[in-house]
Design a protein. Structure first.
Length: 236
C-alpha cells in the first residue's frame, strides 16, 4: 500500500515540475475573462478614417431615403395625365407634380387644378383619379346657363359671371342632359363640397354630370407640369 502511495505522489510531483508558472494577467488573457465590458475594448473609429467616411455616407443615404419616403407619402407626389379633359392646359401623357399640404389644411381656392377620387360616384366607373379645376367653393351656388358659368357667393344675393382666363377665348360651358336631370346646372354647395370641371368643357366628365366633390375626395393640388420638358410651367 505504501508503494502505491509513493507512485501516486511521484506522478503529481512530475506534473508540477513540468507546468510553467502562469500569472493572473496571463490567465486573464487566456480565458478572456475581465472585469471590463467586451465593448469597452473596441477601438473608437477616428474621424477622417476610411471607416468613418463610409459610416458617414451610409448615415447620409439613410436620412435621404427616409426623407424621400416622408415627402412622397405626405407632401408631394408625381401624377400622369390620361385623357384630354384638361386640354389645352394639360394633355394626355403630361407629367405633373402635386402637393398634399392643402389636403391636410383643407384649403383650396377657385382655379386650383386638383386630383380627385371619383370612386363610387354615379357616372364614373374608372379606377384612375380625375384631374379637374375647382370652379365653385363651399356654400356658393353655381348656375350654368347660356354657355356661361355664374356664381352666387355664400353670403350674397346676386350671381356674377365667372371670368375664366385660363380657357381659350370663345369657350362655352353646357350641362349634359343627365346632369340637368340631377339638378347640376344650378346647385348650392354644402360646406364641404366643391364644384369642379375640366378645361376642355365639351368632353370633360365632371361635376356637371358627377355632381359636387366632397373635400375628402380631393387628394392633391397640381403645382407644376414637369413633362414634356419643353413645356414646363407652373400650374394654378
Amino acid at each position: 500500500m505504501k508503494k502505491h502511495s509513493d507512485m501516486t505522489n511521484g506522478t503529481l510531483e512530475n506534473e508540477s515540475e513540468n507546468t510553467p508558472d502562469i500569472t493572473a494577467e496571463e490567465m486573464e488573457k487566456e480565458t478572456g475573462s475581465s472585469d471590463k465590458k467586451p465593448f469597452a475594448r473596441l477601438k473608437k473609429i477616428e474621424k477622417g478614417s476610411t471607416a468613418y467616411e463610409i459610416l458617414d455616407w451610409l448615415r447620409t443615404i439613410c436620412i435621404g431615403v427616409l426623407a424621400g419616403i416622408f415627402i412622397v407619402v405626405f407632401l408631394v407626389q408625381r401624377d400622369n395625365v390620361y385623357g384630354d379633359s384638361m386640354v389645352p392646359t394639360l394633355s394626355s401623357g403630361d407629367v405633373i407634380f402635386t402637393q398634399k399640404l392643402s389636403k391636410y389644411f383643407k384649403s383650396f381656392k377657385r382655379g386650383d387644378i386638383v386630383i380627385l377620387d371619383g370612386h363610387d360616384m354615379e357616372g364614373y366607373n374608372k379606377k384612375e383619379y380625375l384631374v379637374k379645376r375647382v370652379i365653385g367653393l363651399p356654400g356658393e351656388t353655381i348656375r350654368i346657363q347660356d354657355g356661361c358659368v355664374y356664381i352666387k357667393p355664400a353670403d350674397g344675393d346676386e350671381f356674377y359671371l365667372l371670368q375664366e382666363n385660363y380657357l381659350p377665348e370663345g369657350t362655352t360651358t353646357y350641362v349634359m342632359d343627365s346632369g340637368m336631370k340631377k339638378g347640376y346646372d344650378e346647385i348650392t354647395l354644402a360646406e364641404d363640397e366643391y364644384y369642379c370641371m375640366g378645361d376642355n368643357r365639351p368632353v370633360s366628365n365632371d361635376s356637371r354630370n358627377l355632381g359636387p366633390f366632397s373635400i375628402n375626395r380631393i387628394k392633391a393640388v397640381a403645382v407644376i407640369r414637369l413633362y414634356p420638358f419643353n413645356e414646363i410651367k407652373v400650374l394654378g
